[in-house]
Design a protein around this ligand. Structure first.
Ligand SMILES: Cc1cc2nc3c(=O)[nH]c(=O)nc-3n(C[C@H](O)[C@H](O)[C@H](O)COP(=O)(O)OP(=O)(O)OC[C@H]3O[C@@H](n4cnc5c(N)ncnc54)[C@H](O)[C@@H]3O)c2cc1C
Length: 283
């Protein structure tokens, strides 16, 4: 078991990783795509770095982490299951156990569909590798919202799932010929206790499952029961969420959506998590 899993490798996640490592803790850091800061043309308000581009600053953060042997893994965390004193974390199909979790995923741009959260685990899935086998011989829709959706659709078809690929882009050239293609956007997931159909425009399409393959997962879908306030994750001054052992830091906790706040919150979360691990281990 490792000490901490940090989800997100922006300023908050890397600051948490650096501070946890400085406290002698083992960490795994995951990032599913580039973070916000790289888009900033010029940053003037981070102390010590006047007139620097967001990309340059981010490169410096990455260099710092690398110099401390912190590896950022390019992968997406799809589920976190609390187990009392630890957590089972599903990293796109790989399971890792950790003592503490730090959520540093930035602002969530994920708009959940009506029916999605209610039917998560009952036909709604964020991970083809994890849940594909459950739908062998059944119908599944793959919604194209990330660069790996095409690959995942072909994988599902190859293990015997009857796949329909939905995308707002034209049919991709490399999509397996046996896969049905619908040009459109899903607006709703329908079902009582399990997924029965999805809505695309005015059409209702029957299906047993829908794979929502986005680059990110809404934080509230990652951990069941996570408390929010005005669409951000609610935290106390140690950056603890309402779920014991789960911390949040950076833009994900709310305004000001600024780099120095993200860095500071990453530090507070990691130091508190390290302290609590030490306390448990001392007893
Ligand atoms: C154009 C622009 C200009 C800006 N200019 C400034 C400025 O001048 N000064 C300033 O202080 N701030 C500025 N900001 C804001 C600043 O970039 C953010 O406040 C800061 O990046 C927040 O850091 P963060 O670590 O919380 O989130 P982010 O930087 O958004 O990083 C989030 C990380 O989480 C990862 N992630 C998300 N979901 C998952 C998942 N399920 N699994 C694995 N990884 C996941 C993402 O891949 C990413 O690496 C600017 C932002 C923009 C967009």
């Amino acid at each position: 078991m490792i000490d901490m899993i940090i989800i997100g490798a922006g300023p908050a996640g890397l600051s948490a990783a650096v501070n946890a490592t400085a406290r002698g803790k083992t960490v795994r850091v995951f990032s599913s795509k580039e973070n916000f800061l790289t888009k900033a043309e010029r940053v003037d308000n981070h102390l010590g770095f006047y007139n620097i581009s967001g990309k340059e600053l981010m490169d410096k953060f990455k260099e710092h982490a690398k110099a401390m042997d912190i590896k950022v893994e390019n992968n997406k965390v799809v589920n976190i299951l609390p187990l009392g004193e630890s957590f089972m974390v599903n990293i796109n199909g790989e399971i890792e156990e950790a003592k503490k979790i730090i959520l540093a995923m930035g602002i969530s741009k994920v708009k959940e569909l009506p029916g999605e959260a209610r039917l998560l685990g009952a036909g709604v899935s964020y991970c083809a590798t994890c849940d594909g086998m459950l739908y062998r011989g059944k119908n599944a829709v793959v919604w194209d919202q990330s660069h790996d959706a095409l690959e995942e659709a072909n994988f599902l078809q190859s293990i015997g799932v009857n796949v329909t690929f939905v995308s707002k882009k034209p049919r991709p050239e490399n999509l397996n010929n046996d896969i049905e293609f619908i040009n459109g956007t899903i607006s709703e997931v329908i079902g009582e206790d399990k997924v029965e159909s999805i809505v695309i425009g005015n059409e209702i399409i029957k299906t047993d499952a829908v794979f929502m393959l986005r680059d990110a997962v809404a934080p509230t879908s990652l951990v069941d029961g996570l408390k929010t306030e005005n669409n951000f994750i609610a935290v106390n001054r140690y950056m603890e969420t309402n779920i014991k052992g789960v911390y949040a830091a950076g833009d994900i906790t709310g305004k000001p959506l600024q780099l120095s706040k993200a860095v500071s919150e990453g530090l507070i979360a990691a130091q508190d998590a390290a302290l609590k691990i030490d306390k448990i281990e001392e007893n």
